[in-house]
Design a protein around this ligand. Structure first.
Ligand code: MSP
Length: 475
């Protein structure tokens, strides 16, 4: 049995959960479920990032105390994850005192080790990103990710982390495979940027109230990103069932926050003398008409609405199959509807009905020995975080069942001298569908269970369609 600790980013509570957040969290859920199925000791962590200027400003704008505001929105994330059947082991909120204490202890350790000093910082701060942007990152004076929020010029006395001292160590750690960035193209990007050199970074704020106090200087607040990154470690320090789980096997995230996760986080861990995570797995963005989906752009799709329209498992399937982990992918409701029809109602659902119907009509011989290697293909795809490829393999397999039915035409065979072969053939298809159900389990847990309860019953009977046809035109 191996240990498998997987995390998602902790999401800002100024935003409602949207499809982008749901994608990362579903990827983590699929992997966590898959590893649990293999008998691994799994810990799956998600949560909310509640401190900092962005949340403070949104709370004030809503006329609420930041903690009240954060609590309301953290609940929305938890509700959405529940509606998507996401089985995390712990939901961490950075406003929890237990977390705050670990942040302070860890920073004190890094300070005592001599990696933190006091200095002055001046630069353009993007509240949307919660970070300083360099001049060459601005496009016509604006942040490319938050073009409708003007960056703020800030000059403050801050504490700085000697990130520059870790350049060679980080390069070496990546080269020696102490941690990996997936996909390889992103690792190359990080290595390339590291080679250009590293600047020290400011890790505290004077002008932000809402956050963790710097332990040796209470007039300063810990920079929200440092506070947030530490959540991955802090859970293993105060959540009883997470004890002993550090270091994480996988941090899942999108490319927007790769640098924090693949460079700053590892440097902080090195400074504190802690082991590094094994894999930083980075996916692309869901876009709508080519633009990143986000609250600030007002183009977000609410996953809860999809669940209402398609049901839980179909929504999980549609979200997971829509994006290839590596590249960006444009989404639209029309495309979701098309895929629902083609892959679920006409694909899996139809094949399942056909086979169970034939069992009722023509009988079945379940003693036939059938071996399939779909498990291996799914494993290989999941090892590389290629969720869409895994689903594609499953779909191709379903299509081969369908083709085999078409080619053998049991409804004709039954009236011929090959009549005796029919129950055996159907037995093969039942076994193939059992395999499909097993492989679909982490993606569509309820559907898998429904399929197995029919296929493994003493008497197989035809049932309600797995995916009812939805009349999209009427909506
Ligand atoms: N609070 C920080 C993360 C701190 S982790 C120590 C943050 N939060 S966020 O709410 O903005 O979430 C960013 C993450 O949400 C992305 O890395 C990705 O996992 C997910 N996504 C948000 N928008 C997305 C898309 N449009 N497409 C795909 N995933 C996206 O950054």
């Amino acid at each position: 049995m191996s240990r498998f600790y997987i995390t998602t980013p902790i999401y800002y509570v100024n935003d409602k959960p949207h499809l982008g957040h749901a994608y990362t969290t579903l990827c983590a859920d699929v992997l966590a479920r898959w590893h649990r199925q293999q008998g691994d000791d799994v810990f799956f962590l998600t949560g909310t990032d509640e401190h900092g200027a962005k949340v403070e400003q949104s709370a004030r704008a809503a006329g609420l105390d930041p903690l009240v505001f954060a609590t309301q929105n953290a609940q929305r994330f938890e509700q959405t994850w529940r509606s998507l059947d996401i089985e995390y082991d712990y939901f961490l909120r950075t406003s929890q005192v237990e977390h705050e204490k670990v942040v302070q202890d860890l920073l004190q350790k890094i300070y005592d080790a001599g990696y933190i000093y006091s200095g002055e910082y001046e630069g353009w701060y993007c509240v949307g990103c919660e970070r300083f942007l360099k001049e060459d990152e601005l496009v016509q004076g604006l942040c490319p990710l938050h073009p409708n929020q003007k960056p703020v010029r800030q000059k403050e006395r801050n504490y700085f982390f000697k990130l520059s001292a870790f350049r060679d160590k980080l390069l070496q750690a990546i080269e020696q495979g102490q941690y990996r960035i997936v996909p390889a193209g992103r690792q190359n990007e990080v290595v390339g940027k590291l080679k250009q050199g590293l600047d020290d970074i400011s890790i505290s704020r004077q002008s932000v109230e809402w956050g963790v106090k710097v332990p040796w200087d209470k007039s300063q607040t810990v920079y929200v990103w440092i506070d947030a990154l530490i959540n991955y470690y802090s859970a293993t320090q105060f959540v009883p069932q997470a004890r002993g789980f550090w270091p994480a096997q996988v941090h899942l995230l999108a490319k927007d926050i790769l640098w924090f996760h693949a460079v700053i986080w590892e440097a902080l861990l090195m400074a504190a003398g802690l082991p590094l995570p094994e894999v930083v797995a980075t996916h692309g963005f869901f876009t709508i008409d080519g633009q990143k989906m986000s609250k600030s752009l007002g183009n977000a799709i609410d996953p809860a609405e999809l669940v209402k329209e398609f049901g839980v498992d179909a929504t999980r399937y549609l979200i997971m199959s829509q994006l290839s982990f590596v590249t960006d992918g444009d989404v639209s409701l029309t495309r979701f509807r098309e895929r629902y029809e083609s892959d679920l109602a006409n694909g899996l659902g139809n094949t399942f009905s056909r086979v169970t119907n034939m069992v009722e009509k023509f009988g079945v011989d379940l003693s036939v020995e059938s071996k399939y290697n779909l498990a291996l293909q799914v494993k290989e795809a999941l090892d590389d975080f290629l969720f869409d490829v895994a689903l594609n393999e499953i779909n191709k397999f379903i299509q081969t069942i369908d083709k085999s039915i078409e080619n053998s035409k049991p409804w004709q065979m039954i009236n011929s001298d090959r009549k005796k072969e029919v129950p055996g053939l159907i037995g093969n298809w039942v076994a193939a569908l059992v395999e499909v159900a097993h492989q679909l389990k982490p993606f569509m847990p309820q559907t898998s269970q429904k399929m197995l309860s029919v296929l493994k019953a003493e008497r197989i009977t035809k049932t309600e369609p797995l995916f009812p046809r939805l009349n999209f035109n009427k909506q």
